[in-house]
Ligand binder design. Structure first.
Ligand code: PFF
Length: 462
């Protein structure tokens, strides 16, 4: 394989990769989305299903994605094309990278709007707006924010500027520096919140909701949601982890770093659940209230506790950092592609990418107000919900399956063997089984079942 045209950035060590990939994985998905989809889907049984998906489907795919990036050492489009070419297959495999770039723009478009809510809430917390407020006043703050396209647009634009600023600065000077401070801080704050939650009267109830399965609450669509989230939360299926893998220094253990990242992400999601549900139950709130769970529930707790202003401010600030470190990875595959393919400066590539994602984000901004009643497919989904559904539940799983199939069936065995030399043979065999057969079949089955259930077509086992 020919060498990439220009010398590429690299993480200073594999531990920085772990930090960066964890920064990508841990984001709004863990702190905002995971708790609310657990709430909507009835708790423990859904959590089990999700853990099952991570272990048997997405962890092996994560190893595949890191492996491909590590071997390809380019942006995801050219990595896929080159590795395919090298194995005697068509360069058209590059299309997987391309669909990843599109998914990245789509996800970032709404991710930035939600991250904007977080910024607005830093202002509320710092300004003492929650102090002594009652439940109705706190929900009112959220409703007012969503009702104002201009406020949403302002925060969305600011967040996009922050994202562009880091990406434009490059891998080491931008990302690496920020992450070494943000990630430990995030973890400390979450632990502090869990400890606080442990002192509330409903801690046991919250923990039981999270860990005690009630399978009667599971629906066919919950299975799709759990699987989609297992992709979303690990940033899989769109080249983000692949591009980060491409910056791994030589001699890194692909399997080990993947395992650590998946584990860290899962632990943080569970901690977020443990911090949030006890507060939900303590304040007599509804766990299934959807996307507002975090922006309405937590402030209710901050309203009551001593020092709530500081804790609230810190919480939303760190949530912003979590979103920020993920947003960067959403746009990095496209930026790396523009830089490596067209020879653009990082600044130009980051600006072009950022503007595309920003403009697409306008669809989400108006989904909460001006176009709240616009349902493009005629069902109940707004444009925001449709983009979220399409990316999380369709594009990421399909992208992930193609990456898995490629790594399992197409990649030159010599490449794979060299990169996995440190892994016990039995683990490599298990991984191969998973990426060749188990993960693709499981993902396709879940998708077919979910589509059939949406169209109300009975499945053979029904
Ligand atoms: N993993 C991120 C989260 O859980 O918030 C979201 C995400 C980031 C998805 C990067 C996909 C991605 F490529």
């Amino acid at each position: 394989m020919s060498e990439p045209v220009s010398p590429r950035d690299q993480w200073s060590s594999r531990w920085v990769f772990v930090l960066a990939a964890t920064g990508s994985a841990v984001g709004l998905g863990n702190i905002w989305k995971f708790p609310y989809i657990v709430g909507e889907n009835g708790g423990g049984a859904f959590v089990l299903l999700y853990l099952f998906c991570v272990l048997f489907i997405t962890l092996p795919i994560m190893m595949a994605e890191v492996l491909l990036g590590y071997l390809g050492k380019r942006d995801p489009i050219d990595t896929m094309a080159e590795l395919a070419h090298r194995a005697g297959a068509s360069r058209r495999w590059g299309v997987i990278g391309l669909s990843g770039v599109v998914a990245g723009f789509l996800i970032l478009s709404y991710y930035s709007v939600i991250a904007g809510w977080t910024m607005a809430y830093i202002g509320h917390a710092a300004g003492g707006d929650f102090n002594g407020a009652d439940v109705a006043q706190i929900s009112g703050l959220f409703d007012d924010l969503l009702a104002s396209p201009w406020r949403l647009l302002g925060w969305h634009s600011l967040f996009m500027v922050l994202t562009i600023a880091v990406v434009a600065r490059g891998v080491r000077a931008g990302l690496e520096k920020a992450l070494t401070i943000l990630m430990p801080g995030l973890l400390l704050l979450l632990v502090a919140l869990v400890l606080y939650a442990a002192t509330t009267p409903a801690f046991a109830e919250g923990a039981a909701f999270l860990f005690k399965p009630d399978f009667s609450k599971l629906t066919a669509s919950a299975v799709l949601v759990a699987m989609g989230h297992a992709f979303f939360t690990l940033s899989l299926g769109m080249g983000a982890i692949m591009i980060y893998g491409s910056y791994l220094p030589a001699g890194s253990s692909v399997a080990r770093v993947s395992l650590v990242v998946a584990l860290a992400d899962t632990v943080i999601a569970l901690l977020a659940g443990l911090a949030i549900f006890p507060l939900v139950f303590t304040h007599g709130l509804e766990p299934g209230q959807g996307p507002g769970l975090l922006f309405v529930t937590l402030p209710n707790a901050f309203a009551q506790i001593v020092g709530g202003q500081v804790v609230g401010c810190g919480f939303f600030l760190l949530m912003l950092f979590a979103a920020w470190s993920s947003a960067i990875s959403l746009i990095e595959p496209a930026v790396a592609w523009m830089v490596e393919r067209f020879g653009w400066s990082r600044l130009k590539a980051a600006l072009v990418g950022g503007v595309i994602a920003w403009a697409t984000g306008l669809l989400t901004v108006v989904s909460f107000n001006l176009a709240a009643d616009f349902h493009p497919l005629g069902g109940s989904l707004t444009m925001f919900e449709l983009i979220d559904f399409l990316t999380t539940n369709v594009m990421l799983p399909l992208g992930g399956v193609l990456i898995a199939l490629f790594a399992g069936w197409r990649l030159l065995p010599a490449d794979r063997i060299a990169a996995m030399a440190d892994v016990p043979a039995v683990v490599v065999q298990l991984w191969l089984w998973s990426v060749r057969i188990v993960a693709p079949v499981a993902v396709l089955l879940v998708m077919v079942a979910a589509i059939a259930s949406a169209l109300q077509v009975p499945m053979p086992w029904e």
